[in-house]
Design a binder for this molecule. Structure first.
Ligand SMILES: NC(=O)c1ccc[n+]([C@@H]2O[C@H](COP(=O)([O-])OP(=O)(O)OC[C@H]3O[C@@H](n4cnc5c(N)ncnc54)[C@H](OP(=O)(O)O)[C@@H]3O)[C@@H](O)[C@H]2O)c1
Length: 316
């Protein structure tokens, strides 16, 4: 048994939760222990976390009883859902309910819910600037997370609502990096016009989350947003060009074109970019760089992230 305060981390084998587990383990005298939750305790990723000092516990957030067992004895919990695995808002809501109920029953003192805006508060379904998707959403993967915020409040669990930002890793894993055009030149396509978009190195999400846990209850009951930088598409293209040593043009794709790209989630993401663009002042304002850096002094800028990751960006 540990006398450290245990943080149960959902998504520990993934990007957000993995960053938090590593941040906890890196701070040996911080007073926290990492409990890494996964459906696959025998996977290589889970074994790697165990090797680094995390307690690995089997847990499926689709199974409410397993979440209860996995949260038992925890001081804190980091809760994240993976919409892109199933594309189901109902499933995301059920997972949030299971995590909130488990946290309540375990007497968790502080929970972080990795959330996003319910964009329908800004763009009601009747607003036809963007199409309504799945009959009841504008940006399904945002709206369902924002919609689930009340589940944690209703359960009476002290919760910090953590608004995350666009991962710069999308340039590596999500096919969003610069691509060669017919003229042979690299172009970075982003439907953001000339507006700024908050972005972050995903490892910094976990580090910021750890900073929130370290502050005790200071942010319980509050919504905070984090980002590494707020940049325009043109600024990102210029940084990419400097890092790669090649000219990278910015292609401000129209929202409508992006929505029509045909890959799973293209309409959802097209609407997301339009929301981020149309409400850029709000959206950037809700993701404070100063607070992010205060929570995580190692916060990376886009240029710093590129210096480490440029060779991982596929340039077809
Ligand atoms: N890409 C972006 O720019 C961006 C920005 C902001 C927010 N987001 C949001 O981030 C979320 C995904 O987080 P991520 O990027 O950290 O995920 P990720 O790297 O894709 O990994 C998914 C994690 O979720 C766990 N998981 C999924 N279903 C589970 C279940 N039923 N029970 C237990 N664990 C489960 C997986 O664990 P096991 O497989 O080991 O069980 C894995 O650790 C999405 O909902 C997305 O909307 C993305």
């Amino acid at each position: 048994m540990t006398d450290k305060r245990i943080i149960a981390v959902v998504g520990a084998t993934g990007a957000q939760g993995g960053g938090l587990v590593r941040a906890i383990l890196a701070d040996a005298t911080g007073g926290f222990a990492a409990r890494a939750l996964t459906r696959k305790p025998d996977s290589d990723k889970a074994k790697e976390l165990a090797g680094q000092g995390a307690e690995v516990v089997g847990c499926d957030i689709d199974d409410a009883e397993s979440v209860k067992k996995a949260f038992a004895g925890a001081h804190g919990a980091y809760c994240v859902t993976n919409y892109w695995e199933h594309f189901s808002t109902d499933r995301e809501m059920a997972q949030a309910r299971a995590m909130a109920a488990a946290a309540k029953s375990a007497g968790v003192k502080h929970l972080l819910w990795s959330t996003l805006e319910d964009t329908r508060k800004w763009v009601p379904l009747s607003d036809d600037r963007m199409p309504t998707l799945m009959r009841r959403y504008k940006v399904p993967h945002f709206d369902s997370k924002g919609d689930a915020n009340h589940v944690f409040t209703d359960a009476g669990v002290p919760t910090t609502f953590l608004l995350t930002s666009f991962y710069w890793e999308n340039l590596i894993h999500f096919g969003m990096g610069p691509k060669k055009g017919p003229d042979g030149k690299l172009a970075f396509a982003l439907p953001m016009g000339d507006k700024k978009m908050p972005g972050i190195a995903v490892e910094d999400i976990g580090r910021c989350a750890y900073g929130v846990f370290k502050k005790g209850g200071e942010y319980a009951g509050k919504t905070i947003g984090i980002a590494g930088e707020h940049l325009t598409g043109a600024q990102m293209a210029a940084s990419l060009g400097r890092a790669l040593g090649k000219e990278v043009l910015y292609n401000a794709v129209p929202f409508e074109v992006y929505r029509g790209l045909g890959f799973p989630g293209a309409e959802d993401l097209g609407n997301m970019f339009q929301f981020t663009h149309d409400f850029a002042d709000y959206f950037c304002g809700a993701r404070s760089l100063a607070l992010s850096r205060a929570l995580n002094p190692a916060l990376q800028t886009f240029d710093q992230w590129l210096a480490k990751n440029k060779s991982r960006i596929p340039l077809e």
